[in-house]
Every structure is written in structure tokens, then in C-alpha cells.
Design a protein. Structure first.
Length: 122
């Protein structure tokens, strides 16, 4: 049971993975929405952390696709965005994101949210 990190920037993916591994949380890494959907179909994912600005299908579209599948309608989903557009953030929350973090964000807040949302790291 792992957390799926979806971000097109390798340093962000790896940085989040290192951060979570310090908390004894296992991760899988995907560089875009298409790979994320493949991982979701193949593995037992407990939570998704996704950057909004991924190539191909963006984070919002990925969220909508995931939420349209009854099997994943309750899968915790955290969106990360560099946008300060409140309308976009509202669309993300309305589409079913459990939380939207705006960059830069406090990593402790992210970890706390993950731990209260899942049993990861226990």
C-alpha cells in the first residue's frame, strides 16, 4: 500500500518521496497522468499527490477521471499547484480533491494531512 506522487519534475517527485520515506511512508512515482492511471490500475494506492501542471492530462483532468470510477471515488487525492487563481482552486476542490496545497507549502502540513487521512506511516 503506497502513496502515488504524480509530478513532471523529477526533483519534486524525488524530494516528496524522500520526505515521505523519512515518515516510513512508501511511495510510487509517476511523471504524468497516463502513468498515474496505469499505476492506479496495477497497484493498491492509498492516496495520490498530484501536481496540477503535469503534461498530457493535467491534474484536474486526472482527478475527474479518477473520481468518475466508482472504485476510486473515495481515494484521497491531494493537488499541488503553483497557481494563485482562486477559481482554479475551487474547481479542484469541487472536482473532489481532499486538499489543495499552493506552492510553496509547509511539508509538515502535508505530512499531517496524509497521516490523518490514511494509515500510512503507522
Amino acid at each position: 500500500m503506497k502513496i502515488l506522487i504524480v509530478d513532471d519534475e523529477e526533483r519534486i517527485r524525488n524530494g516528496l518521496s524522500r520526505l515521505l520515506s523519512k515518515e516510513k511512508i512508501q511511495t510510487m512515482l509517476a511523471e504524468d497522468g497516463f502513468h498515474a492511471l496505469q499505476f492506479l490500475a496495477e497497484y493498491n494506492v492509498k492516496l495520490i499527490i498530484c501536481d496540477h501542471g503535469i503534461p498530457g492530462i493535467n491534474g484536474l483532468e486526472l482527478l475527474k477521471r479518477i473520481r468518475s470510477n466508482p472504485e476510486y471515488e473515495n481515494l484521497p487525492f491531494i493537488m499541488i499547484t503553483g497557481s494563485i487563481d482562486e477559481e482554479l482552486i475551487q474547481k479542484i476542490i469541487s472536482a473532489g480533491a481532499n486538499k489543495c496545497f499552493q506552492k510553496p507549502f509547509e511539508t509538515k502540513e502535508l505530512i499531517d494531512f496524509i497521516k490523518t487521512t490514511t494509515d500510512c506511516g503507522e
